[in-house]
Design a protein around this ligand. Structure first.
Ligand SMILES: COc1cccc(COC(=O)c2cn[nH]c2)c1
Length: 229
């Protein structure tokens, strides 16, 4: 059953990159189908407006619910998962990407401005799986870039998309923490040598060195990922 993805956005052009490279091949392979929808196609006023001033005051504008209701209703089924990228969401992660990769239908609602009227989430929550997801603790101008990141992270985990599932095995068996550093030819570059152990052919020593490097790197860059932290 191919994974179907519908993206609703006021900037459809943001998603041109999904036709390239791995994402493009995934679509050609029939494993994934991705459709982009312009939210303004679902407005009914002459100005095709999608936002208005916030109740309760405050800076900026909020996206009005009706165009979203029309757009989501046009693609939703009882198998759909609605994903709303937002800084206020639960943190997206590799395990979440793996979950999404095994979904039937994902609808991404790319909000702009200060966000989408919360009643859109409230309306669909009793009907389908709705997930407000954050890709990190910073604020983007809209959900489009976050959606691209989540689609790329999820689609590469769809069985058959990655030519070489081997890299997924390494990824999944990786110790808690970050990846060890990687090297390739030439053996010396601008006076810098590749660590000897990697040229030795001693696979157990190499594995030990890589585990050690991962721990050193995790301690320095991501102590929060260390076991027991
Ligand atoms: C839907 O409501 C809003 C409000 C403000 C910005 C955005 C765009 O998403 C992000 O900025 C984001 C997502 N993960 N990390 C940052 C959406």
């Amino acid at each position: 059953m191919p994974l179907r993805i519908d993206v609703i956005t006021i900037f459809p052009d943001y998603f041109a990159p999904l036709q390239l490279s791995l994402m493009g091949k995934a679509q050609q392979s029939g494993l994934v189908t991705i459709a982009i929808h312009d939210l303004r196609e679902f407005t009914s006023d002459r100005h095709r407006s999608v936002d208005d001033t916030p109740y309760g005051g405050g800076a900026g504008m909020v996206m009005t619910p009706e165009p979203w209701g029309q757009a989501i209703d046009a693609v939703v089924t009882d198998q759909s998962t609605l994903i709303v990228p937002t800084p206020a969401g639960k943190l997206f992660s590799q395990p979440v990407a793996a979950e999404l990769a095994h979904s039937t239908h994902l609808i991404f609602a790319c909000g702009r401005y200060e966000g989408i009227d919360q009643r859109v989430v409230e309306y669909y929550r009793p009907r389908i799986d709705v997930r407000e997801l954050s890709i990190g603790d910073y604020v983007l101008a809209g959900g489009d870039v976050a959606t691209l990141a989540m689609i790329e992270a999820s689609v590469r985990l769809v069985p058959g998309v990655l030519g070489n599932p081997e890299s997924l095995v390494e990824e999944s068996h990786q110790l808690p923490g970050v990846e060890y550093p990687s090297y390739t030819k030439p053996p010396t570059w601008r006076g810098l040598d590749v660590p000897e152990v990697l040229l030795s052919g001693h696979h157990d020593q190499i594995a030990r060195w890589r585990a050690e490097q991962s721990t050193i790197r995790t301690t320095h860059n991501r102590p929060d990922l260390l076991p027991g932290s």
